[in-house]
Design a protein around this ligand. Sequence first.
Ligand SMILES: Cc1ncc(C[n+]2csc(CCOP(=O)(O)OP(=O)(O)O)c2C)c(N)n1
Length: 861
Amino acid sequence: MTDVSTQQHFGDPDPAETLEWREALLSLTASQGPARARQILDELARLARQQRIGWQPELNTPYVNTIAVEDQPAFPGDLAVEERLASLMRWNALAMVVRANQAYGELGGHIASYASAADLFETGFNHFFHARDAGHGGDLVFFQPHSAPGVYARAFLEGRLSEADLMHYRQEITAPADGARGLSSYPHPWLMPDFWQFPTGSMGIGPISSIYHARFMRYLTHRQLQDCAARKVWGVFGDGEMDEPESMSALTLAAREKLDNLVWVVNCNLQRLDGPVRGNGRIIDELEKLFAGAGWHVIKLVWGSDWDGLFARDVTGALVRAFAHTVDGQMQTFAAKDGRFNRDNFFGQNEELARLAQGMTDEQIDRLKRGGHDLVKIHAAYAAAAAHTGQPTVILAQTKKGYGMGSAGQGKMTTHSQKKLDGADLIEFRNRFNLPLSDEQATGLAFYKPADDSAEMRYLREHRARLGGAMPRRETACEPVPVPAIAAYASFALKADGKEMSTTMAFVRMLGSLLKDAQLGPRIVPIVADEARTFGMANLFKQVGIYSSVGQRYAPEDIGSVLSYREALDGQILEEGISEAGAIASWTAAATSYSVHGLAMLPFYIYYSMFGFQRVGDAIWAAADQRARGFLLGATSGRTTLGGEGLQHQDGSSHLVAATIPNCKAYDPAFAGELAVIVDAGMREMLVEQQDVFYYVTLMNENYAQPDLPEGVAGDVLQGGYRFGRLGPADATQRVALLGSGAIFTEVLKAAEQLAAQGIGVDVFSITSWSELARDGVARGADSHLTRLLAGGAGPVIAATDYVRTVPESVRAFLPEGRRYRTLGTDGFGRSDTRAALRAFFQVDARSIADAAQAALAGPG
Ligand SMILES: Cc1ncc(C[n+]2csc(CCOP(=O)(O)OP(=O)(O)O)c2C)c(N)n1
């Protein structure tokens, strides 16, 4: 560690006095040890605060490694073999990307990111990332997405992927015809379901997801559902990725929850796509402050072992001083330039630095490693992180982007997207990493795999065998969870007998009963983002408790109430506070527990529907990719049910977005009985049949009379709609069909009565899912469910919903031939007013529906 004792302090009015204080501290540390020194410093800090002298400790430490050389554990492996292996990974990853782009220039891919991350990945694979086996539940590893080629390269050496597979990187559609397996661009469990566990392609989602997965493991442990104590969550992310709000938004949660099962490795290659992450600053310093401030344990891994000697010889602290005024933009330039340039421009800055570089050749200067490229240092950092207790750890690993790509890419502004290398570049790369390739093999981009009995291959296999086998590996085996009969929890809804209630109330009542089921109950994970009271769920606080890793350390104000706010170590509700991003990450962790933990859980996340697909749509898309199974409940849904709340709260679009997610079944039920059928089917599909689908169901807080669910319509409810009834004279000459969903169905019924009173025959259909009808239409055309439903009728068809018109428009093509189709919806911005005023304004009220029917009957127009 550098001795910075002689750092000059500019503007010091009394350097002699300063020196005395310094020496006092140094002698105290030397004579009584660091613990005593810390005690004294704490005492002084307390005193300084008492005196209000306005002193704050700096959050930054010098730009050096956190772990001192003398604290490094011995490297428990064969360094030379690991370095050779890492070089092979680098080569095969590079060859995969360059080959794909030589064949088809449009395919894309990245070389530079994995080139910088290879040693960070490899140290994890060789020493830390534990796969699931009989004795270990398996670590969770989040891989930086555009470094996926490196993970494929390893799988190739492990024999999990063939050379033909590597040749079909980013060619998933054409691969099977060539007898190969296409490799997805990024980690996508949907596309490679036995391989990738966590989708990370969209920056920021991996980081937040890793935190909530780590927290969910605590939840499973504390609720005594599964002991996750020995397992860790590792995430390798980019420094540029840390700019995403999602990356940052749950840092304090991770610290508050003391998630020492979580380790982030931030690959600080100082560059993102366009240029430097912080050209005019230092991202490592910035992240150090941020993470430390949030309560994380920070390990800076800045310099490799060959700097140790330099630091040791640097008695004046010249290096640390030089780093303190070298910004990342400049560091990047140093990375891009050769040894000569670095000698002249870094070490040439002053006498002291120049002296340090004396005796080193330009080549040696060029090869000075940054911390994230030094296997020994990386191992030391990982070991310290893995052993750290009471806090999550972040390792800030400095690397070079495009490491080893030489003049073709290392540290270049444009390196992120580089995917072509010419012959000379390839030879240079081969030489740089001493790859056992002939010129022809190098320029021909031959993949390289050592012989099965070579030292490298044996080492690779042995190390993975010790860690439970190959990774990543996505598992799916889990016990089905029996689901209670619908009558056990939803009779009140199926036979509602005209009782007034909202569908939200009905849902909460069903949930309350399901939670009591001996087998299913414990597997349910109710999730809220500070809206439980809004949805009438406060009774669940007492019934099942709110999960808290520390129990409840206070006497709640409402302790005597039956609705008391009860937090408990084995509490079941995940109360995420006002963080929809956090809540959906929690939901994803629970919804994929069947795979990640081999234990099926069933999350019900209930939220303001406007703050779902619109707010965290990308996270939902990632959950879909991760094959989530669970319920999303968009409450207070629709544009006009939420009266006074106005423009930003009123949701007219969630069903539109939900329809775009292939494994999401979206329903907009009008009645409690329909809801019961949907919940029942969803639970069976997800927990018993173990299908990779999830359900989105919208709920309303409008109270109205709930009819009995007609006999025999359950199948139709699930397919998207059923005939609710026929009104008007049986021999009516004028006929019309009205379709309606969710909140607007009651308006449809009123319109039907008005039309019937005018002698018009009205067929009324309750549409439970426009998107299911549309999907079925695409699949079955003229034989589709909607076509058959409407087949016996005649006259125009009018559809009305509380969503934008595009939602009912999605089924237009599946109407029986010759029927006129009019759609009414709530396009435009919301307003705050009464339900009645809003429905009239958006023209989805009974009168507007009836008028539309009359107009349609009157003829084209
Ligand atoms: C949400 C999102 N925005 C943009 C991108 C496109 N993108 C992919 S990688 C990348 C730069 C990543 O930089 P960094 O995190 O520093 O990683 P590096 O490649 O430098 O290791 C960008 C902008 C993305 N994948 N996701």
